[in-house]
Write a protein that binds this ligand. Structure first.
Ligand SMILES: NC(=O)c1ccc[n+]([C@@H]2O[C@H](COP(=O)([O-])OP(=O)(O)OC[C@H]3O[C@@H](n4cnc5c(N)ncnc54)[C@H](O)[C@@H]3O)[C@@H](O)[C@H]2O)c1
Length: 261
């Protein structure tokens, strides 16, 4: 029996990068998955690619910063699968800028996708998880919730808030057997980071310095974040709630002497 056999989950930002790897992994583990992404075409292509798997896959164009779109999609998924057991609030955008430099428009944008989007996913999934007798929520935070990186004020603020929201909701919904956890990935090579490297003045030295900032001296793979997500959604994590699982190759425990090598 597969670990997530017959479970139904929504994955936001599931058309590319970490989200895509999560969708693939959940389907491999037997889950039915609803892929919500602002890139509806790519989400649809992924659903078609995975058709014929054990788990059913449906896709929709959803902008998570618009709560009514999240509400409609969660409802559609619950109707299609007859239940909902989990949601992975993964969609996010990386908008740089220090506290001084970031524009108000960029601040509002990063807050509304990264933070309001996670809240909306939780708000509209929780009644379905309750109806299923319990469930699991996984929110995508970042190492930026735990340590500071210059130039990412708004993004880091959203990821710290996701960590606090996760802890708060774990306490609030624990009595109803709804577990709420978040993941703090280190650097994962995805389209998000490819875009950062493409626009860097010296991509090779940026890549080398980012590699060196992890104890494992390498970037992570999306599949490694997907494996952690599948664990948190599964009964293997039945006593795990309110935690922030670092999937960061040791980035947050590496001291300055480690970086000298
Ligand atoms: N890549 C990393 O190194 C890294 C590290 C820590 C945390 N994260 C977090 O992991 C998550 C996924 O990152 P990624 O690197 O895979 O990003 P990505 O840009 O490669 O992919 C993000 C996906 O989300 C979708 N998306 C963007 N805005 C959306 C919106 N408003 N509504 C719905 N979908 C939307 C995109 O279309 C895309 O399919 C993000 O929350 C990110 O902050 C990434």
């Amino acid at each position: 029996m597969k670990r997530l056999q017959g479970r139904a989950c929504v994955v936001t930002g599931g058309a590319a990068g970490i989200g895509e790897a999560i969708v693939v992994r959940l389907v491999e583990e037997g889950a039915h998955v609803a892929v919500a992404d602002v890139d509806g075409e790519r989400a649809q292509e992924l659903a078609e690619r995975l058709s014929g798997s054990d788990g059913e896959v449906l896709a929709g164009r959803v902008d998570v910063s618009v709560p009514s779109e999240v509400a409609d999609f969660v409802e559609r998924a619950a109707q299609a699968f007859g239940r909902l057991d989990g949601i992975v609030n993964n969609a996010g955008v990386a908008i740089p800028g220090s506290a001084e430099d970031i524009s108000e428009a960029d601040w509002d944008r990063v807050m509304s996708v990264n933070l309001k989007g996670v809240w909306a996913g939780m708000k509209y999934a929780i009644p379905h998880l309750r109806a299923a007798g319990g469930g699991s929520i996984v929110n995508m935070s970042s190492v930026q919730a735990l340590v500071g990186f210059p130039g990412w004020a708004g993004y880091a603020a959203t990821k710290g808030a996701i960590l606090s929201l996760t802890q708060q909701a774990a306490v609030e919904y624990g009595p109803e057997r709804i577990r709420v956890n978040c993941i703090a990935p280190g650097t994962i090579m995805t389209p998000m980071n490819q875009r950062i490297f493409e626009t860097a003045p010296d991509p090779d030295s940026l890549i080398a310095s980012w590699n060196a900032s992890h104890a494992l001296r390498r970037f992570g793979e999306s599949a490694e974040v997907a494996a952690a997500t599948a664990f948190l959604l599964s009964d293997d994590a039945s006593f795990v709630t309110g935690t922030c699982l670092r999937v960061d190759g040791g980035l947050t425990v590496l001291g300055p002497s480690g970086q000298a090598t």
